[in-house]
Design a binder for this molecule. Structure first.
Ligand code: FCB
Length: 512
């Protein structure tokens, strides 16, 4: 209670203090970014569309997991009902000023059996979405699979664990390029190739929920955490490379688009100055990022990964190496947090290993400094510039799209999402810092446009610029403070600490 009686001036000073951004670019506008740099926001099919059993769609591995009654909270059966409400949402996107929208295509909506007959209703839906976006001057950025391969393929040959997926994924990609590629100019093959594999085959926390003891985080009824992550990762790289090859050979010349893959990135920082921790932070990058990106840029897995994983990691044949190397026009990065790293070389002495034991580090994420509001991500914007610098230096500055970045908050609390406003101010400023240091970053997509079904927390956490009222039968959307902030930025307002503070002072509550 005492806090409530603090003089207003003191409160303002307090908020100013909280607004120290730790990036150079604290005051900026859209015009400070190159004109061809694109700003957008995103969602993904399972998290947004709903209509899970409608118009011929069949279950994906996400549907199966959320309906298995284990660790998931809720499901995407209805989600934001984007399947029916996309027009209204695209209208909102246009009003917000989005230049681009990143969405994903549900493979099992388009090809219900995973391969074979195409679902005309699926085609119609994505054509409608793409046309509606373009009608409003918003560029569609499509991801082919955002963690949701068809269950039929999982059942038939265990999905990413089999090489058979390479031809099925390529056929699905072919269909998408053929049907939508005249209008979609930016394609991403796979979302978060690295963390999807670790979550799905090492921890067993996300679909297809495979793992083995002692590595998995739940009951691990099937899987092999030592081996399968490396196999699934390998097949993802091969499937990605095959789709890219097809795109380049058959479509790129006429459609003039570009294609890449997406990975999840932490900014890895040594927790202490001790040499082992400094080396450990480098090793974390080699494993977490290099495992997927090195083959694409250099044609092979990092030496340290091969050394620690031994025969558990598949070796590229000469032919595969040629296919994979250089198979991208850009790399997509999702970034939310910095991770502090200490050495844990002792894990190399275990009898059995998983990816993390092979990496031999202890990663600390979350409220390491003890100043993060409950449920939010720590505010460390310079981490984003740090990663972009790493890509510049280590990988020769390839084109980068920041596909996801945003602040997590608890859902259903307030529309006054000051934490998200501050986060966006800082992290977009950090991107500008990176550009001024020569980074080849081409775009930034805030996650997420609306509060969607979140992959881990269901409807308990939220990242949206717009709140979706799940208690309302029409799932009404409400703008949060962050949508005003982002919209102002997109429409050319100069962003400064004062500006952000003034936005933060608006009073804007559910009860009003
Ligand atoms: C990423 C996912 C995205 C979203 C955010 C919060 O890992 O790609 O779908 O759930 O986390």
């Amino acid at each position: 209670m005492a806090n409530l009686r603090l003089p207003m001036l003191f409160l303002l000073l307090l908020s100013f203090e909280k607004l120290v951004l730790s990036v150079d670019a604290e005051k900026y506008s859209r015009r400070d970014f190159p004109p061809d740099f694109v700003f957008g926001s995103g969602t993904s099919a399972y998290q947004y569309e709903g209509a899970a059993f409608e118009d011929g769609r069949t279950p994906s591995i996400w549907d199966t997991a959320t309906h298995s009654g284990n660790i998931y909270r809720g499901n995407g059966d209805i989600a934001c009902d984007g399947y029916h409400k996309y027009k209204e949402d695209i209208q909102l996107m246009a009003e917000t000023g989005l230049e681009a929208y990143r969405f994903s295509i549900s493979w099992s909506r388009l090809i219900p059996n995973g391969r074979g007959p195409v679902n005309p209703k699926g085609l119609e839906y994505y054509n409608n979405v793409i046309n509606e976006l373009l009608k409003h001057g918003i560029q569609p950025y499509a991801t082919l699979t955002h963690d949701d391969i068809p269950q039929s393929i999982e059942d038939e040959y265990e999905g990413w664990l089999s090489r058979k997926i390479v031809s099925d994924f390529t056929a699905f990609a072919d269909l998408c390029f053929r049907e939508f590629g005249d209008r979609v100019l930016f394609w991403t093959t796979v979302n978060e190739a690295n963390i999807f594999v670790l979550g799905g085959y090492d921890w067993g926390a996300i679909p297809p929920q495979r793992c083995s003891r002692p590595f998995g985080i739940w009951n691990c009824s099937r899987g092999d955490s030592s081996l399968e992550p490396y196999i699934a990762g390998h097949n993802i790289l091969l499937a990605h490379a095959s789709a890219v090859r097809l795109y380049k050979k058959k479509y790129q010349g006429v459609q003039h688009g570009s294609i890449g893959i997406n990975i999840y990135t932490f900014h890895f920082v040594p927790f202490t100055n001790a040499t082992e921790d400094v080396i450990a932070a480098e090793r974390a990058k080699r494993f977490f990022i290099g495992w997927i990106v090195d083959p694409l840029v250099f044609g092979d897995y990092p030496e340290i990964v091969k050394k620690h994983a031994g025969t558990r990691i598949p070796a590229f044949t000469e032919h595969e190496r040629e296919q994979v190397k250089g198979s991208f026009d850009f790399i997509g990065l999702n970034h939310y947090m910095t991770s502090y790293v200490t050495d844990k070389s002792s894990s190399l002495e275990r009898n059995s290993s998983d990816f993390f034991a092979d990496m031999a580090v202890q990663m600390m994420v979350g409220d390491v400094h003890g100043d993060t509001p409950p449920g939010e991500y720590p505010f460390e914007p310079s981490g984003l510039a740090g990663i972009l610098e790493y890509f510049k230096q280590f990988y020769g500055n390839p084109p980068i799209h920041i596909h996801e970045n945003g602040q997590r908050t608890q859902r259903n609390t307030t529309l006054n999402d000051t934490g998200r406003v501050k986060y966006l101010h800082g992290y977009i400023g950090s991107v500008l810092d990176a550009l001024r240091n020569g980074s080849n970053t081409k775009g930034y997509f805030q996650w997420s446009f609306l509060d969607v079904f979140e992959l881990v927390d269901g409807y308990e956490s939220a990242y949206g610029l717009y709140y979706v009222d799940l208690d309302d039968k029409d799932l009404k959307r409400y703008p949060k403070l962050s949508s005003h902030w982002y919209s102002n930025f997109l429409k050319g307002k100069t962003i400064s600490l004062d500006f952000t503070l003034n936005i933060e002072k608006s009073t804007y509550h559910f009860s009003q």
